[in-house]
Design a protein around this ligand. Structure first.
Ligand SMILES: [Zn+2]
Length: 340
């Protein structure tokens, strides 16, 4: 008996040793696995739908920067975080980073970024920023620009990802690094909210390890009409090969979307890399990924409404971003910047 036990024990020790060796060479597989999957699966269609029908409702009047409808949206987002005990990095009950009018365009009223925060365990000073703009175009000639895809879809994705990380934290699976959930204002007026945040960051930019920015992920563009399980990724390898590789690995392992890098071409006339909030991080040498579904017939029109969103796809894309965030927040070392 004893001898057999010793043999089995020896075998177990050997096996463990072997596993450790594998994990060193295959970090991705070891870190983001079944635990992450449990929380990714808590991101569900019905929640995304409920919040998007609210954010993109007529009540919020198209969420134009500085206008009453946008204030309502800001309150809605704040209430969402408060209810779930997801704190603000600005202090008790203060979820708004006010932007003085001097930093906005002259015709705009004061506005605010909305911030929520989950503190990391081992490396709390290293910050991953997950962002989306919550402003849109407002109203014109009595018509409301609901902005369900642009960028209600990104707004509810950030909220859902925060909720999933909060659930993980409550069950003892808090991320190693901290995560800032950043709802920026003034994007449609010229990336003003993200510009303000990066000029007056709450956490030093040198400690900001990456930015995942979401702007329009609820629809399908003409190019993918017949094969809608896709998302455009922009900028993923511009500063960090490692970020690009881990993003690919997460998708391959879990979400299996077609990742389309068409807009990464430097010669693409759309220049999307420069056209949403991630650019304010990228220009500060922070690696970014921009998640995007391309433009469509309702882009920047009053017809960008929540009934036209593909919620299953919105869920899958949000889960991809969650897995990527999980990996960035939990791997041993922060992602390396190896390009200029
Ligand atoms: Zn947008």
């Amino acid at each position: 008996m004893k001898k057999i036990v010793a043999l089995i024990l020896g075998f177990i020790i050997l096996s463990c040793g072997t596993n450790n060796h594998i994990s060193e060479n295959n970090e991705t597989t070891e870190i983001t696995g079944e635990i992450a999957q449990k929380y990714a699966n808590s991101i569900i269609v019905s929640d995304l739908k409920t919040h998007l029908y609210s954010i993109a409702s007529d009540e919020f009047e198209g969420r134009e920067t500085g206008e009453p409808g946008q204030k309502k949206a800001a309150e809605y987002i704040k209430t969402f975080y408060k209810k779930r005990n997801i704190t603000s990095p600005l202090g008790d009950d203060d979820y708004f980073q006010e932007i003085p009018t001097a930093h906005l365009r002259s015709n705009l009223n004061p506005s605010e970024n909305v911030l929520a925060f989950i503190k990391g365990t081992e490396k709390p000073d290293e910050i991953l920023v997950i962002s989306a703009h919550y402003d849109h175009l407002g109203m014109e000639n009595g018509e409301i620009y609901n902005g369900a895809d642009d960028d209600g879809s990104g707004t509810v994705a950030v909220m859902a990802i925060a909720e999933a990380f909060k659930k993980a934290a409550e069950e003892g699976n808090r991320p190693k690094r901290s995560i800032l959930f950043l709802h920026v204002t003034g994007e449609e007026k010229g990336l003003l909210g993200s510009k303000y945040y990066t000029n007056f960051p709450v956490f030093p930019l040198v400690n900001t390890v990456a930015n995942l920015n979401i702007d329009m992920i609820g629809r399908v563009d003409d190019a993918h009409e017949n094969n809608p399980d896709f998302v455009y990724l922009i900028g993923s390898d511009k500063l960090s090969t490692e970020l690009h590789d881990l993003s690919e690995a997460m998708n391959e392992k879990f979400t299996k979307l077609k990742l389309d890098y068409k807009y990464d071409d430097d010669n693409d006339p759309n220049r999307f890399y420069y056209r949403s909030d991630h650019y304010n991080f990228a220009k500060n040498n922070i690696p970014i990924i921009f998640y995007f579904n391309g433009t469509h017939q309702d882009y920047h029109k009053p017809s960008d409404t929540p009934d036209k969103i593909n919620y299953e796809l919105l869920q899958k894309r949000t889960q991809l971003i969650f897995y990527t965030a999980w990996e960035i927040a939990n791997r041993d070392k922060r992602v390396v910047v190896d390009k200029k």
